[in-house]
Design a protein around this ligand. Structure first.
Ligand SMILES: [Ca+2]
Ligand SMILES: [Ca+2]
Length: 503
């Protein structure tokens, strides 16, 4: 990999000496091949409702679309876990939840040192190789970032935003369940400030290469952003395809993952349209901020020596499978935007795409290869760097998504297989059933395929890490008892009271 970009041998040897020396990089500005910078754009809760993925026909995302046109667009990319904390921990430490035991929600700063000591975070890996690691906004999940990870980090500020709820929808007094424009100037919004930090870093000269992480929080709840991004949206929002009795052929653990209560409340309040419109508005707002970063990069001294990776930590349900938010193993929750651009590549064709099923777990090794880092042996996944020059290349391994110990989905190029901890299974053929409505598990015609995909389930499952556990909202091998309560209350309630109204 090194000869491909003429990576200086001196730099590699320096990198091996250790963190202290490595933080004072010795390669010179005159070196012909300075290591590439990295612009790492982490987006929160953005599903495939973008122009470049086509998940919603009315999505307005001109800036991400222009990034996609210059990038390799992974059109079949999936999260490592369908929730902020476990996906980010896995991506940033490069280890699958079933190998670390970090399955559900942890606040990064509250996990015991002994748990994280064997692992090297991505920003820290860059630091150990002479980079400056600079970050702003939501990168890990939690209220603070660990100081050893960063040379400089602009913490997330608590926003004080005013909502124009009369122009959208707000559920009671809840500031989290708000779906409407804000009335504040742009600069009051945390995503604007995090992006401004990035713009400032990009605009300056730097002696050492940088790993710059910018975490954009929208479209995470509440779905609020400046009014102009609401005005960009269509008045009538096309609803996603929904099959009312979709959950009937889904096993119990799968049913327990659907947020039936949210769906019911939005239906009762006729609020799905403003909820979806607000989600699209917040995506356009995130897109605007991505555009600011791209403009700053293009105008900067780093315009031809920077790797850009953009990803979202998981997808989102907006009524499909009677659910809202993430926290499930279906396509809506797992499919994510994932763009990779190497600005050192000149005159590459536009609109390169790979339709191979890939997991975000590969980002760690991909950046490692592109930047010539020595990636620790424990790191899961493999580098996708070769696809930048050969997007047609086929990959043998499917993408795995984990949600609680024992609950996994295997996504290959055309199928999704789900296996819950109690043996429940789902199987979908995306060529005939892109909405995952028809569960084929147990169908004799698909027995061989089902067995083949079942073989891809994790072979080694680490026990749950209990230190730092913040929230425990999934029925899995560590909390099977919740299933009985779910069957008795939630599902019965839904079946008897809510379901008849939906027909
Ligand atoms: Ca998230
Ligand atoms: Ca179904």
């Amino acid at each position: 990999m090194f000869p491909r970009y003429g990576f200086p041998a001196l730099f590699i040897s320096v990198a091996l000496v250790g963190a202290i020396e490595a933080q004072q990089p010795t390669f010179s500005q005159t070196s012909a091949a300075k290591p590439p910078n990295v612009l790492f754009i982490a987006i929160d809760d953005m599903n495939d409702w973008t122009g470049f993925l086509g998940g919603h026909p009315q999505a307005v995302t001109p800036h991400m679309d222009r990034l996609a046109a210059r990038s390799l667009n992974f059109t079949n990319a999936h999260c490592i876990a369908p929730a902020c904390s476990p996906c980010r921990l896995a991506l940033l430490y490069g280890i699958e939840p079933f190998h670390s035991g970090l399955y559900p929600f942890y606040d990064h700063e509250q996990i015991a040192d002994s748990v994280l000591r064997p692992y090297t975070s991505l920003p820290r890996l860059f630091r150990e190789h002479g980079y400056q690691a600079l970050g702003a906004g939501k990168i890990f999940h939690g209220s603070v970032e660990l100081p050893d990870d960063w040379d400089d980090y602009q913490p997330r500020e608590k926003a004080s935003l005013q909502y124009a709820s009369e122009l959208g929808y707000q559920q009671g007094e809840s500031s989290k369940m708000a779906f409407c424009p804000t009335t504040n100037p742009l600069v009051d919004h945390p995503d604007y400030r995090a992006t401004s930090y990035g713009v400032d870093v990009l605009s300056r000269d730097h002696e050492a290469p940088f790993f710059l992480a910018v975490g954009i929080v929208k479209p995470h709840l509440p779905f609020v952003c400046p009014p102009r991004f609401f005005e960009m949206q269509a008045k009538e929002i096309v609803p996603p395809p929904i099959e009312p009795t979709d959950l009937a052929d889904v096993p119990w653990i799968g049913r327990s993952m659907a947020k039936l209560g949210d769906d019911h409340q939005f239906r009762e309040a006729s609020a799905w349209t403003p909820v979806r419109r607000s989600y699209l508005a917040c995506i356009s707002w995130a897109d605007y901020n991505v555009g600011r970063l791209l403009d700053a990069l293009d105008a900067s001294p780093h315009a031809e020596n920077t790797i850009v990776v953009l990803w979202s930590d998981h997808g989102y349900h907006l009524g499909e499978k009677r659910s809202f938010r993430k926290f499930s193993l279906w396509e809506e929750s797992t499919r994510v935007p994932f763009l990779l651009m190497d600005t050192r590549q000149q005159e590459v064709p536009i609109d390169r795409r790979s339709d191979e099923a890939v997991s975000l777990i590969h980002i760690y090794r991909t950046l490692g290869e592109l930047c010539g880092l020595n990636v620790p042996d424990y790191v899961d996944g493999f580098s996708l760097a070769r696809l930048l020059t050969n997007p047609e290349q086929q990959l043998e391994e499917p993408a795995i998504t984990t949600w609680g110990r024992g609950n996994y989905t295997v996504r290959d190029d055309h199928h999704r297989y789900i296996h819950y901890f109690d043996g429940g299974e789902e199987l979908y053929d995306h060529r005939r059933d892109p909405q995952e409505w028809n569960n084929l598990a147990g169908h004799p015609d698909y027995a061989a395929l089902q067995a083949k995909l079942r073989e891809k389930l994790p072979g080694r499952e680490e026990p749950l890490v209990r230190e730092g556990l913040a929230l425990w909202n999934v029925i899995d091998a560590d909390q099977p008892g919740k299933l009985k309560k779910f069957k008795k209350t939630t599902w019965q309630n839904w079946l008897e009271k809510i379901q008849p109204k939906l027909k």
